[in-house]
Design a protein around this ligand. Sequence first.
Ligand code: TGC
Ligand code: FAD
Length: 396
Amino acid sequence: MATPLRPRKESPRDFLATDGLLDDDEIMLRDTVRRYVADNILDHVGEWFDAGTFPIKEVAPAVGKLGLLGMHLEGYGCSGSSAMMYGLACMELEAGDSGLRSFVSVQGSLAMFPIWAYGSEEQKEEWLPPMAAGEAIGCFGLTEPDSGSDPSSMRTHAKQDPSGDWILNGAKMWITNGSVADVAVVWARTDEGVRGFVVPTDTPGFSAPEIHRKVSLRASVTSELILDNVRLPEAAVLPGVASLRGPLSCLNEARFGILFGAVGAGRACYEAALDYATTRIQFGGPIARFQLTQKKLVDFMVAVQKGTLTAYHLGRLKDQDMLSPAQVSFGKMTNVQMAIDVAREARSILGANGITTEYPVIRHMNNLESVYTYEGTNEIHTLVMGQAITGQNAFS
Ligand code: TGC
Ligand code: FAD
């Protein structure tokens, strides 16, 4: 006979008790990162955002010490954690700020991953251990001024001269960590197809001017990369791939982190709105007693819980090696859309206070505009899923 449902108290912050879907090691890692963010990030990130700075030289070694940089890779100083653990770390980092999660995504999934997956033994040994420790910073150059959603239109190119050296020319745009990087993984057109180049940023002809006047992701460095006759030895090429599949496979890794991260940002906005609504008094009582406010809060809670379930399910699929790129698109698209919707409405609950960076909501809201656009816009992910269900390719 089925046990009758008994009344029990749900947690406002984990209504469906989704923590029960995690094992002890996952909870321990999640709580460690949550504590790091609470103790080291939350009190300062509003000021970093206001000032348009990100103290990468302090944050990188600290996050490296926690084992979060390239954490889903094996060997070379990387901690070899599960995909689920990587996702949970991203969730907690982005509950702090999308800029913090961006740094970790770019370092681990976009700069370290291609070296790990496609690099030579020498490239791996030279770069991965210092990058895992946060002593060397990496960036990933795919997007160009005239080539964003369609990276196959890239103009940056590399040619081998008679000495065997490669000469790289072109420009990359919107590159996270660009002007603070020690090494750039740059994708360029060659006679053999799209190749990846491991470019030390002190190579003559390489420069990375920072992009200013952003109103989103301000606690994150974003730059152009200029490649003006950059001469590189043959040993700088990633030997393992010569096609657009190289950079696109890295995006799967980063998008996976983002689909967890966005839940963290959405959750932070929900919790800020819930705390505010239960303490802000108008008309003689907390604004949380108004039906209209409760409707908003319940919508946030439901959306964040659904996003959490999506993330955990996709995390389990990835750990069983059963996650497809189109399923990653599902998670990236729906969870980022969820977080942006929650952030916008949560801001309204904070009234005038909601327009200041004294509170985290408008910072998350603005950050999520970047997260919505980078790593494939909603339109791109819609069309990736459209192709998966119809068999029709909208891109060609
Ligand atoms: P298409 O002809 O379909 O494919 C070319 C080759 O790539 C393979 N492929 C993939 N491989 C692995 N994973 C994927 N997701 C893949 N998608 C395609 C494909 O099998 C083929 O391989 P091969 O061996 O036959 O050559 O390519 P397409 O030109 O039609 O493009 C498809 C499309 C539009 C989905 C793709 O271009 C795309 O995803 N565009 C969006 C660009 C984008 O997301 N850029 C992100 C830049 S990095 C960034 O934003 C970092 S933000 C910082 C942070 O994360 O914090
Ligand atoms: P476009 O491709 O020009 O798109 C403009 C609009 O047209 C969008 O709404 C898009 O969805 C729509 N569109 C385009 N094609 C189609 C289509 N086929 N059907 C329907 N609609 C379409 N890139 C890197 O390589 N490395 C990084 O580290 C990096 N970091 C970033 C950090 C930030 C803060 C930002 C904002 C961007 C970053 N990017 C990075 C770039 C990012 O990946 C691109 O901005 C993104 O891929 C979109 O390209 P785009 O901005 O050129 O827009």
